[in-house]
Design a protein around this ligand. Structure first.
Ligand SMILES: *[C@@H]1O[C@H](CO)[C@@H](O)[C@H](O)[C@H]1NC(C)=O
Ligand SMILES: *[C@@H]1O[C@H](CO)[C@@H](O)[C@H](O)[C@H]1NC(C)=O
Length: 363
């Protein structure tokens, strides 16, 4: 019996090594924007299978470049000695320096993304989702979800639009959630074979909670609505849990600066760092804790890095607020004006608080 067990084990190991899928190449198309995209359809999509590690002294290299390489796979050999025979690269190691831990990679499950995915044929949907989430694809492990309407929605809404409903008795997920995002998230998780680290971000509170009684433009949360707005986050997590979806994280507000701009054109709500500090310390943090959501990663800012490190200092120098905060979320707009040293400075001030890029889009 023992021998058979050993034999079976060896076979599995052997099959494991032999089982690496072939990598299907990119079918390029040039739309005239300086490089190519890879075209997928219902029967074909390029793949990026989980690599099997090469033998000792060799390295796998994956190259994507403006000339059109897309995860082009090559092997290098390396040696300890720069003059080592036949070596492509020299090996060196900074053994005493630990750099960052990568939380992962992902994309956003917006209303628009879900609708565009579901408008494809079922086979094309599967190939697209597989190319992002499955072990044959990019293995995305993070997903951002808009909490109510955002600028990638086809209408403006929140989950409690009934005027003055401070008890949130009319709170309800919308068709954008139940018919679009939730089915797509579930299929993505099934293809990933593991739960995704999902986090939710609101763009605006219901109009009636705001100083300007509108979803857009210059307007902030009314101070008498600080608690109902914290309760709204808990209701959101509860309603998604009832649909079988667990959230890994939350951001406090998408781009809080937008609601302090005159005439900002899409869903927004303004916060200063001081207002956000107070709301996290007195309302959101305690409310999440009270409802068993203290494990959900709470991220502040969710805006451009030029606001760092000041925003982080305003919130995190208050130990009451800081105890509820896990991370700092940053977007990439305006990165051309302010260098990455802002992130390093922020990290050095708050090394236990992670920094995550949460939004980057073109157009
Ligand atoms: C799908 O893409 C493959 C690879 O480019 C191509 O050979 C095939 O004709 C395409 N199928 C359709 C229906 O366009
Ligand atoms: C490697 O080769 C270079 C140039 O041929 C030589 O100057 C150098 O001393 C060599 N280094 C070692 C470690 O052999």
């Amino acid at each position: 019996m023992r021998r058979q067990g050993l034999l079976a084990l060896l076979l599995i190991v052997f099959r494991g090594f032999a089982a690496e899928e072939p990598q299907l190449p990119c079918v390029p198309r040039d739309f005239g924007f300086g490089s190519v995209v890879c075209v997928c359809n219902a029967s074909y999509c390029d793949t990026l299978p989980t690599p099997v590690l090469p033998s000792a002294g060799r390295a796998l290299v994956f190259t994507s470049d403006i000339e059109g390489a897309r995860f082009l796979r090559t092997q290098l050999s390396f040696s300890d000695n720069q003059n080592g025979t036949g070596a492509d690269v020299a090996r060196f190691a900074l053994e005493s320096t630990a750099f960052q831990t990568v939380v992962g990679w992902g994309g956003a499950f917006t209303d628009a993304a879900a609708k565009n995915i579901l408008d494809l044929s079922p086979d094309a949907q599967d190939r697209l989702l597989s190319s992002y989430f499955s072990p044959s694809g990019l293995e995305y492990n993070i997903g951002r979800v808009n909490m109510g309407g955002c600028d990638f929605s086809w209408r403006t809404y929140t989950y409690a639009d009934a005027e003055g409903d401070v008890e949130l008795s009319t709170f309800a997920l919308q068709p954008e959630d139940t018919d679009y995002k939730i089915p797509v998230i579930k299929r993505a998780e099934a293809l990933a074979g593991r739960p995704l680290k999902l986090f939710a971000s609101p763009w605006t509170a219901p109009k009636w909670m705001k100083t300007n009684n509108d979803y857009v433009g210059y307007g902030q949360l009314r101070t008498d609505m600080y608690q109902p707005w914290a309760d709204y986050f808990v209701r959101f997590l509860d309603e998604y849990a009832a649909q079988g979806i667990t959230y890994w994280g939350l951001t406090t507000q998408n781009q809080p600066y937008d609601g302090y701009l005159p005439d900002f054109s899409f869903n927004c709500m303004g916060w200063t760092a001081e207002e956000q500090r107070k709301w996290v310390a007195e309302n959101l943090g305690p409310t999440l804790l009270q409802h068993g959501y203290e494990g959900v990663k709470l991220m502040i800012l969710d805006d451009q890095r030029y606001q760092l490190p000041e925003w982080a200092e305003s919130v995190l120098n208050d130990p009451v607020a800081a105890q509820y905060v896990d991370g700092i979320a940053v977007h990439w707009y305006t990165d051309q004006y302010v260098g990455p040293e802002r992130l390093t400075q922020t990290h050095d001030l708050f090394p236990d608080v992670f920094i995550l890029g949460t939004e980057a889009c073109e157009g």
